[in-house]
Design a protein around this ligand. Sequence first.
Ligand code: LHQ
Length: 258
Amino acid sequence: MASVLVSQDSGVLSLTLNRPDKLNAFNPEMHKLLRDALERAIDEPGVRAVLLTGAGRGFCAGQDLSERKADAPIDLSVSLGSNYNPLVRRLRALPKPIVCAVNGVAAGAGANIALACDIVLAARSASFMQSFSKLGLVPDSGGTYFLPRLAGTARAMGLALLGERLSAEEAQRWGLIWKAVDDARLGEEAASLARKLAAGPTKGYGLIKKAIYASSGNSLDSQLDLERDLQREAGLSEDYREGVAAFLEKREPSYKGK
Ligand code: LHQ
């Protein structure tokens, strides 16, 4: 069985991390399968949203530590440089919305890969752990970037130093994720959200991602300039014309993603 299950339906590319016995801990094959699927998703017009989740009782336990048993020192920058960092960059840069359904524990890099997605739903029983410090490591895969921005420095520092479990509900209260939902509802809520996004103005969504993610590194002046430039692009899209026409004709828009 592949370590990432890939399927496509109604404009949604579903990616399911699939090493349930290891709580979907990452190995190189998973990185490769995710890389290939996300690369194809960039230009594939049939893909208008992505749904990322995990098989079994966990979402992802980060790096597979059984691959890290080493008597000699090991240079972890190699694996970050070749696998984790490109994955986080790909998720953020994909010009299509990514919904993450955190179905269980998300630990280490697994937590931060979830936070790199655009809309994160989590089952009420799921939890987030910056488990790195328990191994003597630093949060990676964007953790030291996402956490202070989403939750503030005090909470980011507590999460990073203590490595304790944060419940899905607390993660929602802290602004780390969009919503905690009942376990039994997670699959359907996430799928229906992804389908809704897949039927939306894809081009506009891609531009929204650009604007929101650029914001924390920009001054108001540069952000206003960026909004002007992105709005120019959005305004030239077919979907914008369709949106206005549908509004004026008092009907539902039919977006083509162009
Ligand atoms: C695992 C793992 C795992 C292998 C559970 N590996 N088997 C690091 C280095 C290099 C470069 C890039 O970046 C990184 C980033 C990182 O991600 S470092 C952080 C790595 N992850 C962790 O430290 C988390 C380790 N796992 C845990 O602390 C626990 O498993 C959690 C809290 C996630 C879940 O606890 P439980 O619900 O009690 O489950 P469990 O511990 O019993 O795990 C179930 C099985 O999954 C078990 O196998 P077994 O054969 O005994 O049933 C675990 O060994 C296996 N597993 N995480 N990362």
